[in-house]
Write a protein that binds this ligand. Structure first.
Ligand code: AMP
Ligand code: ZN
Length: 460
């Protein structure tokens, strides 16, 4: 294991802390995933690119990561919009889940160890809610919904730094006693008891579950507590999301999970800052958003968006403008071009550059400075092209800019030469020779697929 100290900014303490996993053999990480009621916008993708880069970096440092990301397929919005489109919740959310999967692939985001759909975990949510009721931290209201009693959980507010007015140091944040909030999203000014289980309402149509809690459906916050505990256990190392998840979602996740287990739920809470448009948060509700389709339609490689985000630290806000993205794409193409000029041989990773690269990332994932190391390396005439190539491919394990894909796409000249010979043999109907040449290509680690007049070579 690496002896350098990794520093990560923990929202819980509002400072950088040395990263020491609870169990050194496996890092447990949970990322709040998409609400699949529409195409995710590129602001949302900052959250997933950040989590992916963090995971890739920890793997680069030698850790094994178990990473879970949920798919929120039950909430107020998925129900509302599936009804608008006259589709079942399943059909509606599966479509956007598929689109999400395609998008993350094109951003070089690797799949988590496991995706968990909220609808598969309702029984686990019910179990948690029952435990909270048994402990007297949750109660049923007259309409049949079940709420978390925030005054019964002494640490309520520890993540978002809220202080309830009856918890000594008074702030302006005064929970309205005995009032409750049923909707999943609300702001700090509306601090109230929040819904764990929402009693059936006609607006829910055919979306409901029937169990000991009554006829209804879970609230959004309990979903993540249940999926995290079920798949990763009661205590995990890292939980990620965008800063807007800090309150109420993550605050409520802590209350629910710790309310049940009485153990610290998450050791490091990590949050990415916003993508803005005209200095305002990119959001569906402001109608100022772009999707990955908009980027692809403009002929820009989605990886350029990843590259653009890596140029800023994940904790700084970035203002999205098309010119900046175009600039990032030009720079990325330049890198690809310089990389292609390095030739085919792959040498050894340059340890000096690697140390510099790691040192920056170990400082709370400082990707902008890590990228400067990549540029310096590519321009350094003292390093051989083969060693440069090995080092770029090594860095790309964290950056995810797709140099390894380019590598796969580069077919060595000698293979092309054999394939051309084979094409000629086929033309001359010398199938014996053609088969021999195919076998030779295979033995060199490539395969050839014939079409009517041509062929395609792939790495096996
Ligand atoms: P949602 O699907 O609304 O739950 O959001 C998915 C993720 O995107 C969450 O982690 C949010 O915090 C994050 N997010 C939403 N809007 C932005 C934005 N403009 N910039 C960065 N992250 C965002
Ligand atoms: Zn969540």
């Amino acid at each position: 294991m690496n002896s350098n100290k990794i520093q990560l900014y923990n929202t819980l303490s509002r400072q950088k802390e040395e990263f020491v996993p609870i169990n050194s053999s496996e890092v447990l990480m949970y990322t709040c995933g998409p609400t699949v009621y529409n195409y995710a916008h590129i602001g949302n993708y900052r959250a997933y690119i950040f989590a992916d880069t963090l995971k890739k970096f920890l793997e680069y440092e030698g850790f094994n990561i178990k990473h879970v990301m949920n798919i929120t397929d039950i909430d107020d919005k998925t129900i509302r919009d599936s009804q608008k489109e006259n589709k079942s919740l399943k059909e509606f959310t599966e479509f956007y889940t598929e689109e999400f999967m395609k998008d993350i692939k094109s951003l070089n985001i690797s799949n988590p160890t496991k995706f968990t759909k909220a609808t598969d975990y309702v029984d686990d949510m019910v179990l948690l809610i029952k435990k909270l009721m048994e402990k007297g931290i949750a109660y049923k209201s007259s309409d049949g919904s079940i709420y978390f009693d925030i005054k019964k959980f002494k640490n309520y507010g520890k993540l978002s730094r809220l202080v309830l007015d009856d918890q000594k140091e008074t702030t302006s944040l005064t929970p309205q006693k005995y009032s409750r909030i049923k909707s999943d999203e609300y702001d700090k000014e509306n601090l109230q008891d929040f819904a764990l289980w929402k009693a059936y309402d006609e607006k829910d149509g055919n979306v409901f579950w029937k169990n000991e809690l009554g006829k209804g459906r879970p609230g959004w916050h309990i979903e993540c507590s249940a999926m995290s505990i079920k798949n990763l256990g009661e205590q995990i190392d890292i939980h990620t999301g965008g800063v807007d998840n800090i309150f109420p979602h993550h605050e409520n996740e802590i209350a629910q999970s710790e309310g049940v287990t009485e153990k610290q739920f998450v050791k490091y809470w990590m949050h990415n800052e916003w993508v803005l448009v005209d200095q305002k948060k990119m959001a569906k509700s402001f109608n100022n958003f772009f999707t990955l389709r908009d980027i692809i339609k403009s002929g820009i490689n989605p990886v350029a968006y990843r590259f653009w985000l890596l140029m800023a630290n994940y904790r700084t806000r970035v203002n999205f403008v098309w010119e900046a993205l175009e600039g990032a794409e030009i720079a990325l193409k330049r890198l690809y071009g310089l990389y292609a000029e390095l030739g085919e041989a792959v040498g050894n990773v340059n340890e000096e550059y690697k140390d510099r690269f790691k040192k920056y990332l170990e400082d709370d994932l400082d990707t902008p400075r890590a990228l400067t190391v990549l540029w310096d390396l590519i321009k350094d005439e003292k390093i051989s092209p083969a060693d440069k190539k090995a080092t770029v491919l090594d860095f790309d394990k964290v950056l995810g800019l797709g140099f390894d894909i380019l590598q796969k796409d580069i077919i060595p000249k000698e293979i092309i030469k054999i394939a051309e010979e084979r094409k000629l043999a086929r033309k001359n109907k010398d199938f014996k020779k053609s088969d021999e040449l195919r076998a030779k290509i295979n033995s060199l680690g490539y395969e050839v697929k014939d079409s009517e007049n041509s062929y395609k070579i792939n790495k096996i």
